[in-house]
Design a protein around this ligand. Sequence first.
Ligand SMILES: Nc1ncnc2c1ncn2[C@@H]1O[C@H](COP(=O)(O)OP(=O)(O)O)[C@@H](O)[C@H]1O
Ligand SMILES: [Mg+2]
Length: 314
Amino acid sequence: MNDWLRRLMPAAPGRLRRAGVLGLNGRNMNVLTAWNPKGLYRLTDDKLVTKELCASCGIATAETYAVVDHPVQVRRLDRRVGGRREFVVKPARGAGGRGVIIVVDRRGEDFVRVGGLTLSLGGLRDHILEILSGLYSIGGRVDRAIIEQRLCAHPALAAVGAGSTPDVRIVLYRQEPVMAMLRLPTVASAGRSNLHRGAMGVGLDLRTGSAVAAVCNGQVVDRHVDTGLPLGGLWVPAWREVLAVARKLAAAIGMGYVGVDIVPDARGAAVVLEANGRPGLTIQIANRRGLLKRLADVDARLTRRASPQPVEWA
Ligand SMILES: Nc1ncnc2c1ncn2[C@@H]1O[C@H](COP(=O)(O)OP(=O)(O)O)[C@@H](O)[C@H]1O
Ligand SMILES: [Mg+2]
């Protein structure tokens, strides 16, 4: 845990709020309840539904190679993978990186995962059967498995990506970007950029997309934890496009509080990985800033343009 937050943590929720930090209760009770109608979660909780929505409004996503929705289909798995050396397997209704396997090569009959571990065709079949059973799905419901294109990092992020694919999380409130972080996969996170798996979060200046601070496992860091590369001076390529795509998807989803995850890919495009209707709050540590003031600023700006009653933040 970093100093800034450690000083605040023993504090009562009121003190955290005064420091401008949006807490879990505040997010759930003030923000999600007010701005995210329950019926809209179907657009974010299932990645295949999000992908369809993106396609319908011209937003790029990773190409879907195959969808497995019945156990009998795993018999033809090799055909579905189609001889590809690189791909990603994930649960449609997963979260937090659980059940996501990133394949980067083949060795004989086996698949090589990020980090070098191998997986046999049988192992991949078993993994997909686990996905179908709902082992990784939100709420434990039966699920579908997605086999999709592995996105590769933009050259400007290749070094700091260390063989994996960094992504950018943009949090939007009332469809305005309010906070952003670049997420860097680590050895511990097995190529996934989920902070709870040990990935690094680099807070970003919203105007420029350049790094302002970074966190890994709750600790403030200034270098990549695996490679030692300094993080100062890091910036996100295609920043304007990343913001534009995030706005477009948030508007299409219709939620007032949403996190959009975007990969600035090897060709310079902003490709959506997923949208999250309950984005986590660690982004505030990565930025060393609380969200409350930013939410209040958006309320003030939009209220001037005649809108619903703003939430009382302070
Ligand atoms: N198609 C992909 N190409 C490269 N990396 C990916 C791809 N899909 C997922 N990842 C990596 O795995 C992480 C988790 O995948 P994601 O689709 O966001 O599922 P979850 O909902 O579990 O977070 C991503 O943040 C990213 O780092
Ligand atoms: Mg994710």
